[in-house]
Write a new protein. Structure first.
Ligand code: ZN
Ligand code: ZN
Length: 226
């Protein structure tokens, strides 16, 4: 992700501080300084649309906030009439060029989000047991929402229906019975897949469709030998 979301607390609004999320990797590593000006990090620029101000700052690594943007942040918060609970977004525009806005950045595509999450899982899997324990201990168990954009192909329901009727409750790949029946209407649960994906110019036709059990379907999309 090339942005971070900050939910404003009373402290942010009153003090004009933007506390940065824990573990953020948005900012250059050398910009994380100490807790006073004798231990400054390298500066980057931050622009505040609305008030039109741009300033240079490093990060107070102890308090995890933008050291030099207090006045600008306060004026930005006042200009946009932000209250505790509102969100601000810090977008990365360049290596040392950031922008604060009250609007969410354009949502990532679902695929970009999923790839990013996949990479986070890979990273988690490769950390030490000690580190994994530490991460789990500090977790609150609460999950925040995020928004992604999904672009879909419009599919022909008659193609799906025809493939399901043809399969008659049996996976057309492994020939096993559908693993369960649908809660909604008791019909066997199979998923209709396109042999040649629509995204690769496959046709939405009965001959390009195959009714699959969920295992076969996942394997065709994610399996090593698919
Ligand atoms: Zn199957
Ligand atoms: Zn599929």
């Amino acid at each position: 992700m090339d942005w971070e979301e900050i939910t404003l607390g009373n402290g942010n609004v009153n003090q004009g501080h933007f506390y940065l999320p824990k573990g953020t990797t948005l900012f250059p590593l050398d910009s994380w300084g100490g807790n006073n000006k004798t231990k400054m990090g390298a500066q980057f620029s931050v622009t505040f649309p609305g008030t039109g101000e741009t300033t240079k700052t490093d990060i107070d690594g102890k308090k995890r906030l933008l050291r030099e943007t207090r006045g600008e942040s306060k004026r930005f918060i006042a200009h946009h009439k932000l209250k505790p609970g509102d969100k601000v977004f810090i977008h990365k525009k360049g290596e040392r060029d950031f922008l604060v806005s009250k609007r969410p950045p354009e949502s990532p595509t679902f695929e970009a989000w999923a790839e990013d999450f996949d990479n986070q899982i890979k990273k988690a899997l490769s950390t030490s047991e000690e580190e994994r324990k530490k991460q789990l201990q500090k977790a609150t168990g609460k999950s925040e929402k995020t928004t992604v954009t999904t672009t879909v192909f419009k599919r022909n329901p008659y193609v799906v229906a025809e493939a399901l009727i043809r399969a008659n409750g049996i996976c057309e790949r492994c020939k096993s019975n559908a693993p369960f029946e649908r809660k909604s209407d008791g019909t066997p649960y199979l998923e209709v897949h396109h042999k040649q994906p629509l995204s690769e110019n496959g046709q939405d036709t009965v001959t390009n469709a195959i009714a699959l059990c969920p295992n076969c379907h996942r394997e065709l999309h994610f399996g090593k030998n698919a």
